[in-house]
Design a protein around this ligand. Structure first.
Ligand SMILES: [Fe+2]
Length: 211
């Protein structure tokens, strides 16, 4: 996928113009060394991220021309390799560890560790989700699993403001390996509209409608 890194933001190094306080802006994963090549192929196919820094010890992706507006780094680590290997071994010996990991994976995905990104439209979200599902079937070597899908009109949806899909990349390791992909539902109230009416934008739907 081609990367669109254009964004109408100030180019000068003065974030005080656009930031009122902190902003999450990057993630980093220590990855089992043997998984790096497959991970690069997986991301190149499934994520429209620009591979902006590639060294023997790092894959660095940016989401915008201004790096500070979103980056993801993946670094091979011998310790990540050892951790993945030992966890796999110990899971065979300790049913409680195996159950704990499976339990985390089977929780409502929003509870488990994950890192979220948002895409620009429902159309893109659906197309990307279809891509993840196809990769799960067609590229088992990428270890892609869609662990949950909530569209805004689903009865189980946590909110009507967002769609949510959780995608686990097993190549990242046995835990902390999941991304959440969202789009903002244009049919819902904006956070500003909710708050100006005295609501709290983060209030789950069922609480808000019971008011
Ligand atoms: Fe989330």
């Amino acid at each position: 996928m081609a990367a669109d890194t254009s964004l109408d933001l100030p180019t000068r190094h003065d974030l005080s113009e656009v930031l009122r306080h902190d902003m999450w802006n990057h993630v980093n994963f220590a990855v089992p060394q043997a998984n790096m090549d497959e991970l690069e192929a997986c991301i190149a196919t499934l994520m429209p991220w620009q591979l902006w820094a590639k060294t023997p010890t790092m894959l660095g992706y940016r989401f915008h021309t201004n790096y500070e507006w979103g980056m993801a780094f993946f670094q091979p680590s011998v310790h990540a390799s050892t951790f993945a290997r030992v966890i796999a071994e110990v899971r065979q010996e300790r049913p409680d560890l195996d159950e704990a990991i499976k339990g985390l994976e089977s929780l409502t995905p929003d509870v488990n560790d994950h890192t979220g990104f948002i895409v620009k439209s429902e159309e893109e979200w659906e197309a990307r989700l279809a891509g993840f599902q196809a990769a799960s079937r067609n590229h088992p070597e990428w270890q892609v699993t869609v662990t949950g899908i909530l569209r805004p009109d689903d009865p189980e949806a946590l909110t009507d403001r967002l769609a949510q899909a959780w995608i686990r990349l097993g190549l990242l390791g046995p835990i902390r390996n999941t991304f959440e992909m969202q789009y903002l539902n244009p049919g819902s109230l904006s956070a500003q509209e909710i708050e100006s009416a005295g609501g709290v934008s983060a209030t789950p739907r069922q609480e808000r409608t019971s008011d």
